[in-house]
Design a protein around this ligand. Structure first.
Ligand code: SAH
Length: 225
Protein backbone atom coordinates (compact mmCIF):
# COMPACT_ATOMS: atom_id res chain seq x y z
CA UNK A 1 0.00 0.00 0.00
CA UNK A 2 1.39 3.37 -1.00
CA UNK A 3 0.17 6.51 0.73
CA UNK A 4 0.39 9.82 -1.13
CA UNK A 5 -0.43 13.09 0.63
CA UNK A 6 -1.03 15.96 -1.78
CA UNK A 7 -0.93 19.56 -0.56
CA UNK A 8 -2.80 22.09 -2.68
CA UNK A 9 -4.72 25.37 -2.62
CA UNK A 10 -7.14 23.90 -5.18
CA UNK A 11 -8.28 20.41 -4.07
CA UNK A 12 -11.13 20.48 -6.62
CA UNK A 13 -8.60 20.33 -9.47
CA UNK A 14 -7.28 17.01 -8.18
CA UNK A 15 -10.43 15.18 -7.21
CA UNK A 16 -11.71 14.02 -10.59
CA UNK A 17 -8.39 12.94 -12.17
CA UNK A 18 -7.69 10.74 -9.14
CA UNK A 19 -11.19 9.24 -8.79
CA UNK A 20 -11.57 7.19 -11.95
CA UNK A 21 -10.18 4.29 -13.92
CA UNK A 22 -7.02 2.50 -12.78
CA UNK A 23 -6.25 4.96 -9.96
CA UNK A 24 -9.72 4.60 -8.43
CA UNK A 25 -9.56 0.81 -8.78
CA UNK A 26 -6.19 0.77 -6.98
CA UNK A 27 -7.73 2.84 -4.16
CA UNK A 28 -10.74 0.50 -3.97
CA UNK A 29 -8.44 -2.51 -3.76
CA UNK A 30 -6.48 -0.90 -0.91
CA UNK A 31 -3.29 -0.65 -2.99
CA UNK A 32 -3.10 3.13 -2.77
CA UNK A 33 -4.35 5.80 -0.41
CA UNK A 34 -4.36 9.35 -1.74
CA UNK A 35 -5.09 12.05 0.82
CA UNK A 36 -5.68 15.57 -0.49
CA UNK A 37 -5.00 18.42 1.94
CA UNK A 38 -6.30 21.95 1.46
CA UNK A 39 -3.41 24.27 2.31
CA UNK A 40 -5.99 26.90 3.21
CA UNK A 41 -6.87 24.88 6.33
CA UNK A 42 -3.39 25.80 7.59
CA UNK A 43 -3.56 29.45 6.53
CA UNK A 44 -3.36 32.38 8.92
CA UNK A 45 -6.09 34.70 10.13
CA UNK A 46 -9.70 35.22 9.22
CA UNK A 47 -8.97 34.76 5.50
CA UNK A 48 -6.76 31.71 6.05
CA UNK A 49 -4.07 33.39 4.00
CA UNK A 50 -1.68 31.10 2.13
CA UNK A 51 0.00 33.49 -0.32
CA UNK A 52 1.52 36.94 -0.23
CA UNK A 53 3.31 39.49 -2.43
CA UNK A 54 6.85 38.61 -3.38
CA UNK A 55 9.80 40.48 -1.90
CA UNK A 56 11.49 42.58 -4.56
CA UNK A 57 8.22 43.66 -6.07
CA UNK A 58 7.78 41.14 -8.90
CA UNK A 59 4.22 40.69 -10.11
CA UNK A 60 2.39 37.67 -8.78
CA UNK A 61 1.65 36.02 -5.47
CA UNK A 62 3.89 33.51 -3.72
CA UNK A 63 2.81 30.62 -1.48
CA UNK A 64 3.98 31.30 2.08
CA UNK A 65 6.26 29.05 4.09
CA UNK A 66 4.25 29.03 7.37
CA UNK A 67 1.17 27.04 6.27
CA UNK A 68 3.35 24.64 4.26
CA UNK A 69 5.65 24.11 7.24
CA UNK A 70 2.65 23.50 9.47
CA UNK A 71 1.08 20.78 7.32
CA UNK A 72 4.37 19.07 6.43
CA UNK A 73 5.42 18.98 10.11
CA UNK A 74 2.05 17.57 11.10
CA UNK A 75 2.29 14.80 8.47
CA UNK A 76 5.91 13.99 9.38
CA UNK A 77 4.85 13.59 13.02
CA UNK A 78 2.34 10.97 11.96
CA UNK A 79 4.60 8.79 9.79
CA UNK A 80 7.96 8.52 8.07
CA UNK A 81 8.01 9.94 4.53
CA UNK A 82 10.29 8.65 1.76
CA UNK A 83 10.17 11.89 -0.25
CA UNK A 84 8.66 15.35 -0.05
CA UNK A 85 8.16 16.25 -3.69
CA UNK A 86 7.56 19.71 -5.18
CA UNK A 87 6.08 19.85 -8.67
CA UNK A 88 8.09 22.51 -10.49
CA UNK A 89 8.88 23.43 -14.11
CA UNK A 90 12.59 23.59 -13.22
CA UNK A 91 12.61 20.17 -11.53
CA UNK A 92 13.95 16.87 -12.90
CA UNK A 93 11.99 15.87 -16.00
CA UNK A 94 9.58 13.07 -15.13
CA UNK A 95 10.26 9.78 -16.92
CA UNK A 96 9.35 6.13 -16.50
CA UNK A 97 12.37 5.34 -14.34
CA UNK A 98 11.39 8.03 -11.80
CA UNK A 99 7.82 6.66 -11.72
CA UNK A 100 9.14 3.10 -11.36
CA UNK A 101 11.28 3.99 -8.37
CA UNK A 102 8.59 6.11 -6.68
CA UNK A 103 6.06 3.27 -7.09
CA UNK A 104 8.20 1.20 -4.68
CA UNK A 105 7.92 3.81 -1.88
CA UNK A 106 5.48 3.70 1.03
CA UNK A 107 4.79 7.34 1.89
CA UNK A 108 5.10 10.39 -0.34
CA UNK A 109 4.15 14.03 0.06
CA UNK A 110 3.50 16.05 -3.09
CA UNK A 111 3.34 19.84 -2.84
CA UNK A 112 1.58 21.74 -5.62
CA UNK A 113 2.64 25.32 -6.24
CA UNK A 114 0.36 28.00 -7.61
CA UNK A 115 0.54 31.63 -8.74
CA UNK A 116 4.19 32.71 -9.01
CA UNK A 117 5.48 29.67 -7.13
CA UNK A 118 6.43 29.00 -3.51
CA UNK A 119 8.75 30.72 -1.03
CA UNK A 120 12.18 29.38 -1.97
CA UNK A 121 12.98 28.46 1.64
CA UNK A 122 10.39 25.69 1.36
CA UNK A 123 12.47 24.22 -1.47
CA UNK A 124 15.71 24.67 0.41
CA UNK A 125 14.62 23.17 3.72
CA UNK A 126 11.52 21.00 3.34
CA UNK A 127 11.56 19.52 -0.17
CA UNK A 128 13.63 16.42 -1.01
CA UNK A 129 12.79 16.06 -4.72
CA UNK A 130 11.59 18.42 -7.46
CA UNK A 131 9.82 17.03 -10.51
CA UNK A 132 8.69 18.68 -13.75
CA UNK A 133 6.23 17.23 -16.25
CA UNK A 134 7.80 19.08 -19.18
CA UNK A 135 9.50 22.24 -20.36
CA UNK A 136 6.42 24.43 -20.32
CA UNK A 137 4.67 26.35 -17.56
CA UNK A 138 1.25 25.43 -16.17
CA UNK A 139 -0.88 27.51 -13.80
CA UNK A 140 -0.51 25.15 -10.88
CA UNK A 141 1.09 21.93 -9.69
CA UNK A 142 -2.22 20.05 -9.46
CA UNK A 143 -2.32 18.63 -12.99
CA UNK A 144 1.38 17.68 -12.77
CA UNK A 145 0.70 16.00 -9.39
CA UNK A 146 -2.18 14.04 -10.94
CA UNK A 147 0.11 12.96 -13.79
CA UNK A 148 2.76 11.83 -11.32
CA UNK A 149 0.25 9.91 -9.15
CA UNK A 150 -1.32 8.19 -12.16
CA UNK A 151 2.05 7.11 -13.54
CA UNK A 152 3.10 5.75 -10.13
CA UNK A 153 -0.12 4.00 -9.15
CA UNK A 154 -0.64 2.08 -12.39
CA UNK A 155 2.72 0.38 -11.73
CA UNK A 156 1.71 -1.08 -8.36
CA UNK A 157 1.20 -4.83 -8.74
CA UNK A 158 -2.53 -5.52 -8.86
CA UNK A 159 -3.53 -2.03 -10.03
CA UNK A 160 -3.81 -3.18 -13.63
CA UNK A 161 -5.84 -6.35 -14.00
CA UNK A 162 -3.41 -7.97 -16.44
CA UNK A 163 -0.24 -7.94 -14.34
CA UNK A 164 2.05 -7.95 -17.34
CA UNK A 165 0.28 -5.09 -19.05
CA UNK A 166 2.21 -2.23 -17.41
CA UNK A 167 5.47 -3.98 -18.24
CA UNK A 168 4.65 -4.06 -21.96
CA UNK A 169 3.90 -0.33 -22.06
CA UNK A 170 6.23 2.17 -23.68
CA UNK A 171 9.48 3.13 -21.92
CA UNK A 172 9.76 -0.07 -19.88
CA UNK A 173 12.98 -1.63 -21.22
CA UNK A 174 13.59 1.68 -23.03
CA UNK A 175 11.35 0.60 -25.88
CA UNK A 176 8.13 2.06 -27.25
CA UNK A 177 5.10 -0.22 -27.26
CA UNK A 178 4.18 -2.02 -30.50
CA UNK A 179 0.97 -0.97 -32.32
CA UNK A 180 -2.26 -2.56 -31.07
CA UNK A 181 -5.45 -3.38 -33.00
CA UNK A 182 -8.92 -4.67 -32.25
CA UNK A 183 -11.99 -5.87 -34.18
CA UNK A 184 -12.90 -5.63 -36.99
CA UNK A 185 -9.89 -7.18 -38.71
CA UNK A 186 -10.79 -5.31 -41.89
CA UNK A 187 -12.30 -1.82 -42.00
CA UNK A 188 -12.69 0.22 -45.19
CA UNK A 189 -10.12 -2.10 -46.71
CA UNK A 190 -7.63 -1.16 -43.95
CA UNK A 191 -6.22 -4.41 -42.67
CA UNK A 192 -4.84 -5.56 -39.35
CA UNK A 193 -1.34 -7.07 -39.82
CA UNK A 194 -1.88 -10.74 -40.77
CA UNK A 195 0.55 -12.09 -38.18
CA UNK A 196 -1.71 -10.88 -35.34
CA UNK A 197 -4.51 -13.09 -36.69
CA UNK A 198 -2.23 -16.11 -37.08
CA UNK A 199 -2.81 -17.47 -33.58
CA UNK A 200 0.92 -18.26 -33.36
CA UNK A 201 2.18 -16.72 -30.08
CA UNK A 202 5.84 -17.03 -31.01
CA UNK A 203 5.42 -15.26 -34.36
CA UNK A 204 3.26 -12.61 -32.73
CA UNK A 205 5.85 -11.93 -30.03
CA UNK A 206 8.62 -11.67 -32.60
CA UNK A 207 6.56 -9.25 -34.67
CA UNK A 208 5.78 -7.13 -31.59
CA UNK A 209 9.44 -7.03 -30.56
CA UNK A 210 10.61 -5.96 -34.00
CA UNK A 211 7.87 -3.31 -34.19
CA UNK A 212 8.90 -2.00 -30.76
CA UNK A 213 12.48 -1.75 -31.88
CA UNK A 214 11.67 -0.14 -35.26
CA UNK A 215 9.30 2.40 -33.72
CA UNK A 216 11.82 3.31 -31.05
CA UNK A 217 14.57 3.71 -33.65
CA UNK A 218 12.34 5.96 -35.72
CA UNK A 219 10.51 7.97 -33.03
CA UNK A 220 12.81 8.00 -29.96
CA UNK A 221 16.31 6.98 -31.07
CA UNK A 222 17.76 8.46 -27.86
CA UNK A 223 16.12 5.65 -25.83
CA UNK A 224 18.27 3.04 -27.56
CA UNK A 225 21.55 4.57 -26.42
N1 SAH B 1 7.22 31.24 -11.74
C1 SAH B 1 7.50 29.84 -11.90
C2 SAH B 1 6.27 29.12 -12.45
C3 SAH B 1 5.13 29.07 -11.52
S1 SAH B 1 3.82 28.17 -12.21
C4 SAH B 1 8.62 29.65 -12.88
O1 SAH B 1 8.76 30.44 -13.79
O2 SAH B 1 9.34 28.64 -12.75
C5 SAH B 1 2.89 27.77 -10.80
C6 SAH B 1 3.06 26.38 -10.25
O3 SAH B 1 2.67 25.44 -11.22
C7 SAH B 1 4.46 25.99 -9.85
O4 SAH B 1 4.71 26.39 -8.55
C8 SAH B 1 4.45 24.48 -10.02
O5 SAH B 1 4.00 23.84 -8.83
C9 SAH B 1 3.41 24.25 -11.11
N2 SAH B 1 3.99 23.95 -12.43
C10 SAH B 1 3.96 24.74 -13.51
N3 SAH B 1 4.56 24.17 -14.57
C11 SAH B 1 4.96 22.95 -14.16
C12 SAH B 1 5.64 21.87 -14.80
N4 SAH B 1 6.04 21.93 -16.08
N5 SAH B 1 5.90 20.76 -14.06
C13 SAH B 1 5.53 20.69 -12.76
N6 SAH B 1 4.88 21.69 -12.11
C14 SAH B 1 4.60 22.80 -12.79
Amino acid sequence: MIRIDIITVLPELLESPLSHSIVQRAKDKGLANIVIHNLRDYGKGKYRQTDDYSFGGDAGMVIMIEPVYKIISKLKNERQYDEVIYMSPDGTLLDQSISNSLSLKSNLIILCGHYKGIDHRIREHLITKEISVGDYVLSGGEIPAAILCDSIIRLIPGAISDETSALSDSFQDNLLAPPVYTRPASFNGWEVPKVLLSGNPKLIREWQESQSFERTKKLRPNLLK
